[in-house]
Design a protein around this ligand. Structure first.
Ligand code: M6R
Length: 331
């Protein structure tokens, strides 16, 4: 989907699917589902198209009332996930349209959908999905932008230069990866459990941080919206519980900081990862500023790296964690 000027433009096929739709249903599992949560915000806030995100294994058996002209977007790194395929088969039977976003050309979900957008993330070998997550978010942003452009509306910011800037920032975070080895050592090396807290888009990235930590370092981890803790889960905070807070969204900066104070008052060992514009000087790591809607592309790196180093520190196999397969081809 690159045009002759080197700019990104969707194919006519994808455009027509989207232009006919009155609502997007993103269907996915695991990390792809978590990327879908970010994509929902991007699609709604940039393109103004109502979007729902569903876990495939739930959606297949408990389908909600659908809008009149639904478009199903299947997010899947492998394109082979059986739970997602079961939904694709069902929605096609009902005559609905499907677009697959996948990293694997020719995969089942790609072949069986009406259209495909490839992630171009390069082969992802380790069981834990990492670069597919960021590629999915970038491709969903490209979709949102094209919808706005096709409707002749004004873009809130120029996407491609901002994505290029984000890529440079990602490189610079990766070049400081030893800092996250230190944070993993201090916060995660010996703990039996941990919380990742944030609000809005940061909360969605927290789900992904917790999934990465569970998957490769076997630490019981919860990703939680900061404001919801006091409705029950704060009971789990005790002396030394590591709480990793992601703070990139100006709208919720003050609220999440007061949630951090709440857990610290109950003994938590809080580690704040923030972004320029909402930072405090004693935050553990301050990321360079990016457009808040694209912040998940950058905030996910510290949590992925902390999960990675925690796994190494605990002697776990980061590439092949126990009980898991790269593609889940059974329902
Ligand atoms: O290939 P898919 O994106 O459809 O896979 C979905 C999940 O099985 C996958 O994201 C899984 O959660 C990863 N192991 C997470 O790191």
């Amino acid at each position: 989907y690159q045009n002759a000027d080197g700019d990104i433009e969707l194919t006519e096929g994808v455009r027509s699917l989207v232009s006919e739709a009155d609502r997007i249903y993103i269907v996915a599992c695991g990390t792809s589902y978590n990327a879908g949560l970010v994509g929902k915000d991007i699609l709604e806030r940039i393109a103004g198209i109502p979007t729902e995100v569903h876990i495939s294994s739930e959606f297949g058996y408990n389908m909600p009332l659908l809008s009149e002209r639904p478009l199903f977007v299947f997010l899947s790194q492998s394109g082979e996930t059986a739970d997602s395929r079961a939904v694709l088969v069902e929605v096609k039977k009902r005559g609905h349209k499907a677009l697959t976003m996948t990293n694997v050309p020719g995969s089942t979900l790609s072949r069986e959908a009406n259209e495909t957008m490839l992630l171009h993330a390069g082969p992802e070998i380790a069981v834990a999905s990492t670069k597919a997550y960021t590629a999915q978010i970038a491709v969903l942003a490209i979709l949102a932008y094209d919808i706005v452009r096709a409707n002749g509306k004004e873009l809130p910011f120029e996407l491609m230069p901002e994505l290029a800037r984000v890529a440079t920032i990602m490189d610079s975070v990766m070049s400081q990866k030893e800092l996250f080895e230190d944070l993993a050592e201090r916060y995660l090396k010996t703990t039996p459990n941990t919380f990742f807290i944030g609000r809005g888009l940061d909360a969605s990235v927290c789900l992904e941080g917790a999934l990465k930590v569970k998957e490769i370092s076997y630490i019981q981890a919860e990703g939680y919206p900061g404001g919801e803790l006091k409705h029950g889960s704060i009971a789990l905070i005790e002396d030394g519980t590591p709480v990793i807070a992601l703070i990139s969204q100006p709208k919720t900066n003050l609220n999440i900081r007061s949630n951090v104070k709440e857990v610290v008052a109950r003994g938590a060992n809080a580690c704040i990862i923030s972004m320029q514009g909402v930072e405090h000087e004693d935050d553990e790591f301050i990321l360079p500023h990016v457009e808040p809607l694209l912040a998940p592309l950058v905030t996910v790196l510290p949590v992925q790296l902390m999960a990675y180093y925690a796994a190494l520190a605990r002697g776990c196999d980061v590439d092949k964690p126990r009980n898991l397969a790269k593609s889940v081809t059974v329902e």
